[in-house]
Design a protein around this ligand. Structure first.
Ligand SMILES: Nc1nc2c(ncn2[C@@H]2O[C@H](COP(=O)(O)OP(=O)(O)OP(=O)(O)O)[C@@H](O)[C@H]2O)c(=O)[nH]1
Ligand SMILES: [Mg+2]
Length: 216
């Protein structure tokens, strides 16, 4: 096995719940590297984290949309974290709470120096919906490394999966990674591990992946 693959697997398997952040003041110190997992409510973010870390119930999953309401930090080691972001696009959440979430997520994404990359998780049957496009464009304009995951691939046959993959690839910039995934059967896991390895393990002497000038 390639060394970086075994290193990232080892790191991800060490994941432990650290803290659920409701307010910016509760954020852990802004150092090291972290990868944030974003997406619409019920897209499959928490399930993806569990699969990636080889754990059944590290991140809480639910059939009820809007389950993850805070920024949930998982510690991989002293200097590396995964962050499960609250899902957007959940209609039943009222105005004030929605604004609070948006402010919390936006503030985190804008200011966090440790943020090495952003994964946007989308249901393969409903990709690039409202919120996804906004967030992807925003990440692009900030030079934040972005990777799009089309999850629940097990819900479609191979032909339809590939159709969705090609369609999404056509809609986004060529440097943005796009992949199929299934938390249920592990499809696409190795591809996602490689992205995590790039973002969390490469150039450990360098600061996180965000470039200083927009558009780079
Ligand atoms: N078939 C299938 N179901 C999935 C997959 N990933 C997630 N699910 C299901 O989709 C539902 C939502 O999954 P979660 O992981 O809780 O989604 P989330 O994006 O974290 O949701 P919020 O925290 O509410 O924003 C659950 O019923 C999961 O079991 C997958 O790859 N395949
Ligand atoms: Mg969740």
């Amino acid at each position: 096995m390639c060394q970086s693959v075994s290193a990232i697997r080892h790191l991800l398997r060490q994941a432990e719940y650290l803290i659920s952040v409701h307010n910016r003041s509760q954020l852990p110190p802004d150092r090291g590297r972290e990868v944030a997992i974003a997406g619409r409510s019920n897209a499959g973010k928490s399930s993806l984290i569990n699969r990636l870390c080889h754990r059944k119930s590290l991140a809480r999953t639910s059939r009820t949309p809007g389950r993850t309401r805070q920024l949930v930090f998982f510690r991989l080691d002293e200097d590396r974290h995964l962050v499960d972001l609250p899902g957007y696009g959940f209609a039943r959440v009222g105005g004030d709470l929605k604004r609070h979430w948006k402010g919390l997520i936006q503030g985190y994404l804008e200011k966090r120096q440790a943020l090495a990359g952003l994964v946007i998780v989308m249901d393969v049957r409903h990709p690039l919906k409202e919120g996804d496009v906004e967030l992807a464009n925003w990440a692009g304009s900030r030079g934040l490394p972005l990777h799009l995951v089309l999850t629940k691939a097990d819900k479609l046959g191979r032909g339809k999966q590939n159709e969705a993959l090609l369609w999404v690839r056509k809609q986004v910039d060529p440097e943005v990674g796009v992949q199929l995934f299934s938390a249920t059967n592990g499809q696409g896991l190795a591809e996602l591990e490689a992205v995590m390895s790039n973002w969390l393990l490469e150039r450990p002497d360098q600061p996180a992946g965000r470039s200083d000038s927009p558009g780079q």
